[in-house]
Design a protein around this ligand. Sequence first.
Ligand code: ADP
Ligand code: MG
Length: 238
Amino acid sequence: MARVKLNKIVKSYGNLEVVHGIDLDIAHNEFVVLVGPSGCGKSTTLRMIAGLEELSSGDIYIGEQRVNDLPPRDRNISMVFQNYALYPHMTVGENLGFSLKIANRSEAEIEKAVAEAAEILSLGELLQRKPAELSGGQRQRVAMGRAIVRHPDVFLFDEPLSNLDAKLRAQMRVEIKKLHRRIQTTIVYVTHDQVEAMTLADRIVIMRDGHIEQQGTPLEVFETPVNTFVATFIGSPP
Ligand code: ADP
Ligand code: MG
């Protein structure tokens, strides 16, 4: 059963159609990376899955449920953006627990979930610090921790590493891969960076101008690009 199913989803802004009827089935626990040049519709597609953009037409299912009309908070998804904003006046621990607190979970429950997230993301030593006292990589780990405390069915990432330097990006790729193995969750990850896509993905979905140009395992796409666009983008010879 597909965990996330996109059925001919279309998005127009005014007269301009920017996503042209995308079909995609994402399996339970699959790590899918949407990759393509800037402006090809990756973020718009992700934001429709999240419920942050209305569809112009088509359907989105999460599990068995058609979610077109559900607000983001009822979709059981968590999203990590490029410009993750931590609450500056709260400690790391409070940042991690905040979404559970506003959901009126018990103190014991919050404490348990925060401890678990801190353990998974190696944040144990940092729980009392404020965001200003953290490095860029540590802040990104807190942003991921904040997303996992709610145990979402589906994780959405939009260019989460773009603001980090190359060395840190490479480290965070390893962390994200570890996180996926550890918590066994469905991930839809957006990037314009083909190296990031190739190293993270179970399945890579290459987008161009609002449609899917090719999809497959990183090896399939690398070895048998369907056209020059894909070949050039991935960097393999045409
Ligand atoms: P990507 O994430 O792949 O860089 P986006 O999904 O952000 O691309 O954008 C796809 C296209 O839709 C772009 O041409 C962009 O300019 C356009 N677009 C995105 N958001 C809006 C908006 N709110 N209003 C008008 N056009 C938009
Ligand atoms: Mg984008």
